[in-house]
Design a protein around this ligand. Structure first.
Ligand code: PEP
Ligand code: MG
Length: 589
């Protein structure tokens, strides 16, 4: 039964504003954690009961999976539903079941403990196997094992994709694929205990235009499913049990914001030219094929960053070359004649492939670990499938390929050598591709920023990933809410580095774009342009505000702003200067 908001005290909690918008509704608490398993000895008299408890849990799990399979088949189709065949097979696996019972008979420990022990052994063994198909089974076993354990322990399973009513999702943590599933699952807003503005789950929420507030410490412990809340994604505020007055006040704020947005959207149809006649290229960052329509809706001049790893994150298995080709084809043809920059896989960090845990063993420092190009160079078959798929799509429009997380020239040379091998293979197959396809490097590691002149010999363009560049320069984990306030795009070290990247690249006639979140932030976009950046790429809904600024400002004024802040020493003051510039040019709401 839903709580009545008017009967409870209003509580205001502050978090970090992560995605704009206001939402009011009931909360759905989503806890992403592994099941906690109690361990105890079973009374010898109760041993038969324990085994029948196990049989019953297996039966209930089977029924649950069959039901989900049925629902998925109805809503998504037969192929998607086939994934659950593998899950059902796990439940039929005699080795897993009889070994659990043997373990129980030998140790006398409760069946949850025995099943957990045996299933983990199987998961680890499958995760080690070289064969991709068999490795995928580790993910199936893990998922099914969690479900069986929850049934044994009588716990309900929370899944976002099965969220039926529109709810405010309050989670302890959210993976990027969780948040990508939310629009289908009807999320009104997202609130998380942890996270920061540039964590990938938040970037996805922004492109889906779902309001989000992150870093609201322990909120999941203070609320329960069914509670009422108002989420203010502009100021990073969550109001529990909002009063009538609060709702009225927010109603007025919302209508003001709406008319401001309408104004921006109207101006967004115009060209992206400054008052002193300089054309500025504004492109879109996308994560999913379906976002092609957003690119058009917001008049982006192409895709400046296609985060292809989302094809993998939302898939139960690694997509084949052909499956990837079809996805790239849909984007390239949908965006033509404008260009599409397809970034090769940036899995790892906060984006491990959940369905294949064997590929990404747990690391102490995942953001500095086995991620992006490092992972691809180590998994060449998988990398080559992607490169060939991108090459095949290159003949259908204007495609550029870009490698993430490049740290130096050797890595770039190795990636390019593999790309050349793929070209040879395609020529042998008689498969056409764009022989002149440009190749770029993301500049998001300080070592790359310092060696632009060396990298330039092996690529055609640079795109600065400020999200990572800032995290690595300032040693601030971009997903950690405890230190989110120290994540400072206006730090003088960051600005000097950006200037150096642009100057070094331009000295060699190589264009530089920025595709980190800074590019879509109306406070920083003029500064980036003033520093000489050639193009900005951002989540599509961020384009109208940036374009409005571009049309309202003079490039000469942006250059003067850049010159002035480069001489300043305190990030807070630099931010205030940029904010002042923004307010001079953007109408007040
Ligand atoms: C970046 O690091 O700025 C970037 C655009 O890449 P991602 O956010 O996907 O890491
Ligand atoms: Mg990055």
């Amino acid at each position: 039964m839903a709580s009545d908001p008017s009967s409870k005290e209003e509580i205001v909690v502050q978090g970090i504003a992560a995605s704009q918008g206001i939402a009011y509704g009931q909360i759905f608490v989503y806890l992403q954690s592994e099941v906690e398993i109690p361990s105890y000895q079973v009374d010898p008299d109760k041993r038969l009961d324990e085994i029948s408890r196990f049989d019953k849990a297996l039966l209930v799990t089977r029924q649950q999976i069959a039901k989900i399979q049925d629902e998925v088949e109805k809503s998504l189709g037969k192929n998607e539903a086939l994934i659950f065949d593998a899950h059902l097979l796990v439940l039929e696996d005699q080795a897993l079941i009889s070994e659990t019972i043997r373990e129980f008979e030998t140790t006398g420990k409760n069946i949850e403990t025995c099943f957990d022990m045996v299933s983990k052994k199987y998961i680890a063994a499958f995760a080690e196997i070289d064969d991709e198909y068999l490795r995928e089974r580790a993910g199936d076993i893990k998922d099914v094992a969690q479900r069986v354990l929850q049934n044994l322990l009588g716990q309900a399973r929370s899944t976002l994709s099965r969220l039926v009513e529109r709810r405010i999702v309050v989670a302890n943590d959210l993976s990027p694929s969780d948040s990508a599933g939310i629009d289908k699952g009807s999320g009104l807003a997202i609130v998380t205990d942890s996270g920061s503005k540039t964590s990938h789950a938040v970037i996805v929420a922004r492109s889906m235009q779902v309001p989000a507030v992150v870093g609201v410490r322990d909120l999941t412990k203070r609320v329960k499913t069914g509670d009422w809340a108002l989420v203010d994604g502009y100021d990073g505020i969550v109001i529990l049990n909002p009063s009538e007055q609060t709702l009225f006040r927010y109603g007025k704020i919302q209508s003001k914001k709406k008319s401001f947005e309408v104004l921006l959207l109207e101006a967004n149809r115009q060209s992206s030219v400054t008052k002193d006649g300089v054309e500025v290229t504004l492109m879109a960052n996308i994560e999913r094929v379906e976002e092609v329509s957003l690119v058009k809706e917001f008049y982006a001049q192409g895709v400046g960053l296609f985060r292809t790893e989302y094809l993998f994150l939302n898939s139960a298995r690694i997509p084949s070359e052909q499956e990837q080709f079809l996805a790239y084809k849909a984007v390239v043809e949908g965006i033509a004649p404008n260009p599409v920059i397809i970034r090769t896989l940036d899995l790892g960090g906060d984006k491990p492939m959940a369905s294949d845990p064997g590929l990404f063993p747990k690391e102490d420092n995942p953001f500095m670990g086995y991620r992006a190009i490092r992972f691809c160079l180590d998994n060449q078959n998988l990398f080559k499938d992607q490169l060939r798929a991108i090459l095949m799509a290159s003949k259908l429009g204007k495609v550029r390929l870009m490698y993430p997380m490049i740290s130096g020239a050797e890595e770039l040379a190795r990636a390019n050598a593999i790309l050349e091998e793929c070209k040879v293979e395609l020529r042998e197959r008689g498969q056409a591709f764009d022989e002149a396809m440009e190749v770029g490097a993301m500049i998001e590691i300080p070592s790359a920023a310092a060696t632009i002149d060396i990298l330039e010999k092996q690529c055609d363009f640079f795109s600065v990933g400020t999200n990572d560049l800032i995290q690595y320069m300032l040693a601030i984990d971009r997903g950690n809410d405890r230190i989110a306030h120290l994540y400072e795009p206006a730090h003088p070290a960051v600005l000097r580095t950006l200037k150096r990247i642009v100057d070094d690249a331009h000295a060699l006639d190589v264009p530089v774009s920025v595709c980190g979140e800074m590019a879509g932030d109306p406070v920083y976009a003029p500064l980036l342009l003033g520093l000489g950046v050639d193009a900005l790429s951002m989540s599509p809904p961020a384009i109208p505000a940036v374009k409005f600024l571009v049309r309202a400002m003079k490039m000469s004024a942006a250059k003067a702003l850049a010159k002035e802040v480069l001489e300043m020493t305190v990030a807070k003051d630099i931010y205030a200067k940029c904010q002042h510039f923004n307010r001079l040019h953007l109408p007040t709401e």
